[in-house]
Design a protein around this ligand. Structure first.
Ligand code: DX5
Ligand code: ZN
Length: 216
């Protein structure tokens, strides 16, 4: 089954509650937290996540593009996140962090930037509920999908199967009606889409259309 997670990054930040409601029916709402250090952009923090989680029934899928996720992840769970993704490039102790996220009742997920290989982290997979493979350099919505990431998606899906794990495999960046089938075919099953959903006239329909494409 394909999960579609619209990214609120492409929404109107002055109307976050309405924009969240516009995609009810989506599986998760993807929330990009950027600190202007790990990535060259700044978005939102704990208080906004807390308000957003009260404004929608869709569970929140937090993507932390920040330094020191070890320190911040617990606060985002307390603010209402159902899933927390940290970047392995930024985490001081990824195993301890993943265990802490799970112990606090959220799904633990680890992200890899385009130039970060999966192989050194193979032994960490049992600690995770999801792995995120970035298909653009993190920091901005609306960038072009990096086709060169398809072999990594394929290799990662093979590794997950080889370990007999149930891990979800998320892709984020440039996912659209044009690229989602390639991602699904390579083994991804959770799809983040920002501009492809919020740039559409009917965001809820865009979610349904993406899901249909991913499942064919
Ligand atoms: C980029 C963010 C993405 C972004 C995707 O760093 O992590 O979640 O919102 O936007 P699109 O789908 O427009 O590439
Ligand atoms: Zn993201």
């Amino acid at each position: 089954m394909a999960l579609i997670n619209p990214s609120i990054l492409s929404a109107d930040f002055a109307r976050l509650a309405e924009e969240a409601k516009a995609v009810e029916g989506a599986d998760w709402l993807h929330v990009d937290v950027m600190d202007n250090h790990f990535v060259p952009n700044l978005t939102l923090g704990v208080p906004v996540v807390e308000s957003l989680s009260k404004a929608t029934d869709t569970p929140l899928d937090l993507h932390l593009m920040i330094e020191d996720p070890d320190r911040w992840a617990p606060q985002y769970i307390e603010a209402g996140a159902g899933s927390v993704t940290f970047h392995v490039e930024a985490a001081a102790a990824p195993v301890r962090l993943a265990r802490e996220i799970r112990a606090k009742g959220a799904r633990a997920s680890m992200a890899l930037k385009p130039a970060t290989p999966i192989e050194p982290y193979e032994d960490l997979l049992p600690e995770l509920d999801m792995l995120l493979i970035m298909t653009v350099e993190p920091g901005f919505g609306g960038q072009a999908f990096l086709d060169i990431m398809l072999p990594k998606i394929r290799r990662t899906r093979e590794l997950i199967s080889r370990h007999g794990l149930e891990l979800a495999l998320q892709v984020d960046g440039g996912v659209s009606a044009e690229t989602i089938e390639r991602c699904a075919e390579a083994g991804a099953d959770v799809f983040v889409a920002g501009s492809a959903v919020y740039g559409a006239d009917d965001p809820a329909k865009a979610v349904r259309d993406l899901r249909e494409k991913a499942e064919t």
